[in-house]
Design a protein around this ligand. Structure first.
Ligand code: DGL
Length: 289
């Protein structure tokens, strides 16, 4: 799939020495999935402020065209930069990373990190046999982003990619176990059972919430890998390299949540999935700055 040019203007990168490092980190996902990455970031970098935007009004991203997801990603990124003055952006969604990471990195005035490269690094480390799998949304898998990321590592690995349409919708409804989701997992993951993989990357940030169901289906011989921790480590490294870490490493960071859909349901399910840091959320209507 080709990525068409987008209208986002190119901003000059400010001198890191002049940046106010007390500004928050911005991150977004189509909905609740990026909270798996937010959890890892809050745990690893407790003194950083965070603004998380869940685009629940327009999820799922995985069944949309990459062009559409790219346009949403650009709009959200611009909103996080202009309204919250974020110092760095985490694209906490594989589909949006596949669709828009390169464009955002080229055009935003701040460093931008995605979840695909960190996930691939963790996957390759977890596999002993070199035969591994990745599951993701239709958009991510058909973009070929994982094949490209693995090829770029120049490692001798065999990667099987599989789309799992339907998983995200269960998580967004707060259903992370039970007969329905297990039945779907058995059906979707069947092609992996004969594949002899020893590691499987959860290549959609929603999937760690289904890890128990997925693990039961693929069996004990397959290590499940999530990109969340590795992304948090990559973020910590990026903050350090760019001189962007919060000046007071002993403070407790503030965490702000924004939803494009109903904020009450976002807060209710979000706090169940993320934990006590999510106490309320504000509404952002797409189309507004
Ligand atoms: N959590 C997102 C991902 O990692 C997208 C899920 C969706 O909205 O389809 O791809």
């Amino acid at each position: 799939m080709t990525i068409e040019p987008c209208s986002l203007p190119s901003h000059p990168r400010p001198d890191p020495a002049l940046i106010d490092t007390a500004r928050p980190i911005g991150m977004f996902d189509s909905g609740f999935g990026g909270l798996t990455v937010a959890r890892a970031i809050i745990d690893l970098l407790p003194s950083e402020d965070l603004v998380y935007l869940g685009d629940t009004a327009r999820y799922p991203y995985g069944s949309r065209s990459l062009n559409e997801v790219r346009a949403y990603s650009v709009e959200i990124a611009e909103h996080l930069v202009s309204t919250y003055d974020v110092k760095l952006l985490v694209v906490a969604c594989n589909t949006a990373t596949a669709a828009a990471l390169a464009l955002l990195q080229d055009t935003l005035p701040i460093p931008v990190i995605g979840v695909i490269d960190p996930g691939v690094r963790a996957l390759v480390e977890a596999s002993e046999s070199g035969r591994m799998g990745v599951i993701g949304t239709v958009g991510t898998v058909s973009s070929g982003a994982y094949d490209k990321a693995v090829a770029a590592l120049d490692a001798d690995v065999d990667l099987i990619s599989l789309a799992c349409p339907g998983f995200v919708e269960f998580v967004e409804r707060g259903v992370t176990s039970g007969p329905e989701v297990t039945l779907l997992a058995r059906r979707l993951l069947a092609p992996l059972l004969e594949s002899n993989i020893d590691a499987l990357l959860l290549g959609c940030t929603h999937y760690p919430y289904l890890a128990r169901v997925i693990a039961d289906v693929v069996g004990r011989g397959v290590v499940l890998v999530s990109s969340a921790d590795e992304t948090a480590f990559a973020l910590a490294d990026m903050l350090k390299r760019n001189g962007l870490a919060h000046p007071d490493g002993s403070r407790e960071g503030r965490h702000e949540f924004v939803s494009s859909g109903d904020v009450r349901s976002f807060t209710r399910l979000g706090s169940r999935l993320l934990g006590p840091e999510l106490v309320d959320a504000t509404l952002w209507r797409p189309g507004q700055p």
